[in-house]
Each structure stands twice: as structure tokens, then as C-alpha cells.
Design a protein. Structure first.
Length: 157
């Protein structure tokens, strides 16, 4: 079953984020605080939304997303930050179900795009996404500023 997350799901979301980080070999980067996560998802100014995948009466997957904007299309878009299903529940349609629910949201909200990034070594996910019709944007290079770089740039002003 796929459904929107509620504040009561925050501990499950946090646990799934940690499981995703372990799968991506990035556990050392997880410093999330559940209270902050709850505020950022369900507080007065939500920054992101989450869809939950449930099976056997428990949360086994999630999709965390937020809106971006295409100036060329003059339309909002959905950026999928994380999509994860616990390994033992893969192959049962839950990942596809999460993406279908996101595609429906994108249509309901008149979005021009649904985008995400995938680690270049994650061949199972790449094959899964391509089977659904997604295509890589090889001509674009992702850039990131970390907290230190943001602070240094902000200090210049």
C-alpha cells in the first residue's frame, strides 16, 4: 500500500533513511535529528513530502520529494530526493508503486518534470528506472555546495 506520510511516520522515515544510507555506503554522513525532520516535513513551512510504502503492517519503503521549478516550461516539477524499499521487499512492485503515485501527483499538480539522481554504480536501480521510461541527463553535471562552502560564500557579502 502506498500512502502519504503523517507525523507519526517520522521514526519509520528516519529508520528508512538510515537503511538507505547503509545501502549506499554513506551511513557515516547521516546526522539527521527526528525532531528537525518532523518540523521540516510537517511544520509550519514544510520543505518536503513523503510517500510511504507499507507491507505486512509496517513501513518498508518511502519516497521523499519536493518541488522545483522549470523556467523554460514555466511549470513546477517534482524532485525525488530519495526512493528506497527494504531489500527483502523489493521485487513486489512497491518501488514502482511509489513512482506511480509520484507520477499521479505530478499530473495533478501540473508538473512539467519528475527528476532524480542515482549513484552511477547502482545498476539495479538504473535498470529499474530505464525500464519505466526514465532517461539519464548525461549532458548535465550535478554540483553541490556543503555547509562550509555556503558559509564562506555568504560571508563574502
Amino acid at each position: 500500500m502506498i500512502r502519504p506520510a503523517t507525523p507519526a511516520d517520522v521514526p519509520s522515515i528516519a529508520a528508512l533513511i538510515r537503511a538507505l544510507a547503509e545501502y549506499e555506503k554513506l551511513s557515516h554522513e547521516v546526522v539527521l535529528d527526528e525532531a528537525t525532520l518532523r518540523d521540516h516535513l510537517f511544520g509550519p513551512r514544510p520543505f518536503a513530502e513523503v510517500l510511504m510504502a507499507e507491507a505486512d503492517g509496517r513501513a518498508v519503503g518511502f519516497a521523499l520529494f519536493f518541488f522545483n521549478y522549470s523556467t523554460f516550461l514555466a511549470k513546477p516539477g517534482i524532485y525525488l530526493e530519495d526512493l528506497f524499499v527494504l531489500p527483502e521487499y523489493r521485487g513486489h512492485g512497491l518501488g514502482k508503486g511509489l513512482l506511480i503515485a509520484l507520477a499521479k501527483l505530478a499530473e495533478e499538480r501540473d508538473c512539467g518534470r519528475l527528476e532524480w539522481a542515482v549513484l552511477d554504480w547502482n545498476e539495479p536501480s538504473i535498470r529499474f528506472y530505464q525500464a519505466l521510461g526514465a532517461r539519464p541527463k548525461d549532458e548535465w553535471v550535478l554540483y553541490r555546495m556543503t555547509r562550509e562552502a555556503i558559509s564562506a560564500l555568504a560571508a563574502e557579502g
